[in-house]
Design a protein around this ligand. Structure first.
Ligand SMILES: NC(=O)c1ccc[n+]([C@@H]2O[C@H](COP(=O)([O-])OP(=O)(O)OC[C@H]3O[C@@H](n4cnc5c(N)ncnc54)[C@H](O)[C@@H]3O)[C@@H](O)[C@H]2O)c1
Ligand SMILES: [Zn+2]
Length: 686
């Protein structure tokens, strides 16, 4: 309760009444419309405040208070179903102490010895909606939502479209009546597909899988439900007639499994509070990999007899507790929208936020991904927004709250120039992402990425110069351009963190060794936009020297196989910048060189027309080297084996390509056989 409230009955009453109205309004949006108006954490905070207020002032509590009720009344459009046994909610806890306290309450309630450990069934808290499935003589006859706990909505025809739910139980002796309780939910992948379809059809997207599941099940037209993939997990029981109730919760779920009802495997029987907390932590680490969303775990006293002794409070059983994960969503204000320049020059709009605690940390900014996304979500400076931080994922802005948009809200405008280097920001028509046109030589934001690429295995191939080392070198201003690598001495390197003399020597030796390279590798290492390895090879084969390449006109570039206008323009732009030309000159001056003609000892183009596939690890040649030799002899290297393949060159740990070659009867060579073939003229076509 806010402390600025003076301690008078009138104030409590007003606050409690206000909280009730708010909670009822949010309940309606959440349960009836399937469109929550605030994040769950904020709803929970209001709910707790009212609970505390009512505990302190019992006279405020009414039977109609939101704290005493479950869910919301069913929609009048649906037929109503009165539950034989009410469907309740769950009490919940967040902190370890809440769990220890729950275990203590259970032990007190059972009057067991202080040191007797209780057996609990622990399971997942699925983020969907509760359903009651009535089976009579083994046949599904009715399905109803929880509604307000006493009365739910009849959704039988919709539930019949859910393939995960059996229409008939797998038993010859079904009970006369069985109310199976469980959760209808939507898996993450199905949710993503549904929202993609909604977007394509320009329909409203669902906020999360829970709302999508609820919105899909609570449809008046079952054909719509049938198009959405819903799933189901059973976790409880209502009325049971004509069979004995299993003696524990775990036995109930085992029985369900035998009856053909889907039961989640992530469950355990544990002992005492320590067992509960261990389960919680274990599930916490598995959570990101689960194919569906959960918002916590649920603990239930396992023995049915003990459950009955404990009984119920108004809206929840005393024998169960939901242990919830920290909220992943919260609302806050957008103070500004800035742009960040990524390692490849990609410009990302980022919302600066009023600090907010979400997903277990304080968040002050969140990604907006790209310009189109900002427009689509219509996020403006000044908006109140819902921020989401799930696991270790970067926080993102989910949506803005329309009712709270101020008149002064300002739409985002993409700046014309890079905030880091001042170069123009450009966006190609067919790309979602705008980029700084400065490139890595000019733009400090792209420098580290560019330098890492420069030394990478397929470029200059400098061993021992890892990403972290480069970050340090740049951050300590030891290096600004790629040419600086070749000025590095052992002493400078040995000054760095975690750098032993020996490793420093190795790096310097590796740099020295990298000076002898190929023309193609050097072109690729320059990191010219759109010039990948293949294009670099084409260029190296086409132009006799670096000078020739740097001076090539657009027409000349277009003569090269596979080079179109976009790539040609990119190459022209790169060499139009004096900084880049200077870099090339410095690198060559530092001693980088390559054999002028073909880098190998191949005598003739005798393998013209032959198609090779490389697989596995060869004893001495790297794959690149083998490919270069084959190409120098006129052969062609492709990625997959077909009837057209002339030879498959197989090394250690060759996989499916080798099998395929054997199936198709393609000739298989080892490295020695390849060398023989390259050196002789046996493959000649003439
Ligand atoms: N954002 C909003 O405006 C808004 C409004 C109302 C409610 N809510 C949210 O809804 C929740 C309260 O709803 P509630 O009363 O359904 O309670 P609850 O979701 O906290 O717990 C009860 C429900 O958990 C589900 N459940 C999942 N796995 C289960 C399992 N293994 N065993 C038993 N039950 C399981 C069942 O559907 C059950 O009805 C809160 O998280 C609240 O934040 C949000
Ligand atoms: Zn820039």
């Amino acid at each position: 309760m806010p402390s600025n409230l003076s301690d008078t009955t009138a104030d409590w009453r007003a606050r409690a009444a206000w909280l009730s109205t708010e909670l009822n309004r949010h309940n309606h949006a959440y349960y009836v419309l399937d469109m929550p108006s605030i994040p769950d954490a904020e709803y929970d905070a209001l709910f707790r405040e009212l609970q505390v207020l009512e505990q302190q002032h019992p006279e405020l509590q009414t039977a109609t208070s939101p704290t005493q009720r479950v869910g919301a009344a069913p929609l009048p459009q649906f037929d109503q179903v009165t539950h034989s046994i009410p469907m309740l909610s769950l009490g919940n806890g967040f902190e370890d102490t809440d769990i220890v306290e729950f275990d203590r309450r259970v032990r007190d309630g059972l009057d067991t010895h202080a040191d007797a450990e209780i057996e609990y069934a622990a399971e997942l808290k699925f983020d969907g909606l509760a359903i009651n499935l009535r089976y009579e003589n083994g046949v599904l006859v009715q399905a109803a939502t929880r509604g307000d706990g006493a009365t739910g909505e009849n959704v039988t025809s919709n539930i019949r479209t859910v393939r995960a739910i059996p229409l008939k139980l797998l038993t010859e002796y079904p009970p006369k009546v069985l109310d199976v309780r469980g959760e209808v939910l939507m898996f993450k992948a199905d949710f993503a597909k549904l929202n993609q379809r909604q977007r394509d059809a320009e329909l409203k997207e669902f906020a999360n899988p829970r709302n999508a599941a609820a919105g899909s099940l609570r449809q008046l037209d079952s054909r719509i439900t049938a198009q959405r993939t819903l799933r189901f997990f059973a976790y409880g029981v209502g009325l049971l007639e004509g069979a004995d109730m299993p003696s524990s919760h775990s036995a109930l779920l085992d029985w369900y499994s035998e009856l053909g009802l889907p039961v989640c495997n992530e469950r355990a029987v544990v002992k005492g509070a320590a067992g509960l907390l261990a389960f919680f932590r274990d599930i916490g680490t598995k959570r990101p990999q689960l194919p569906y969303e959960i918002d916590g775990v649920v603990y239930k006293v396992n023995r049915l007899q003990q459950q009955q002794m404990l009984g119920f409070v108004s809206r929840a059983p005393r024998f169960a507790l939901a242990h919830k994960f920290p909220a992943e969503e919260a609302t806050t204000q957008v103070l500004d929208i800035e742009v960040q320049v990524g390692r490849t020059g990609a410009i990302t709009p980022v919302a600066r936020l009023a600090p907010v605690f979400v997903g277990g940390v304080t968040v002050t900014n969140a990604t907006l991904h790209n310009e189109d996304e900002v427009r689509r979500k219509d996020i403006q400076v000044g908006d109140t927004v819902i921020v989401r931080r799930a696991g270790d994922v970067i926080p993102e802005v989910v949506a803005f709250v329309p009712e709270q948009r101020p008149a002064t809200a300002k739409p985002f405008v993409m700046p014309a120039a890079c905030p880091v280097c001042g170069s123009a920001i450009i966006k190609l028509e067919d790309e979602a992402i705008a980029r700084c046109s400065g490139g890595w030589v000019k733009c400090a934001a792209q420098r580290k990425g560019g330098l890492q690429h420069f030394v990478s295995r397929r470029a200059m191939d400098v061993e021992g110069l890892g990403d972290q080392l480069i970050e340090q070198l740049v951050d300590k201003h030891i290096i600004t351009t790629a040419a600086d690598f070749y000025k590095l001495g052992i002493l400078k390197l040995a000054e760095l963190d975690r750098m032993a003399d020996k490793s420093a020597q190795n790096v310097v030796a590796a740099l020295e060794k990298s000076k002898q390279t190929t023309f193609a590798r050097f072109i690729y290492a320059l990191g010219i936009r759109h010039v990948g390895e293949a294009t670099a090879k084409e260029l190296a084969g086409h132009f006799p020297s670096m000078d020739a390449l740097m001076q090539a006109s657009e027409e000349k570039l277009l003569e090269v196989a596979d080079i179109g206008p976009v790539v040609a323009k990119s190459i022209l732009n790169f060499f139009a910048d004096p900084l880049n030309v200077e870099l090339v000159e410095q690198l060559l001056a530092a001693g980088i060189y390559w054999p002028q003609n073909s880098p190998t000892e191949v005598q003739s183009k005798h393998l013209l027309g032959k198609i090779f596939v490389l697989t596995g690890t060869l004893p001495t040649l790297s794959r690149d080297e083998a490919a270069a030799l084959i190409e120098a002899a006129g052969g062609k290297v492709t990625g997959s084996v077909s009837k057209k393949t002339s030879y498959v060159v197989a090394g250690a740990e060759a996989g499916s390509k080798l099998t395929k070659a054997e199936e198709l009867g393609v000739a298989i060579l080892d490295e020695a056989a390849l060398r023989t073939l390259l050196e002789s003229n046996v493959g000649a076509n003439e």
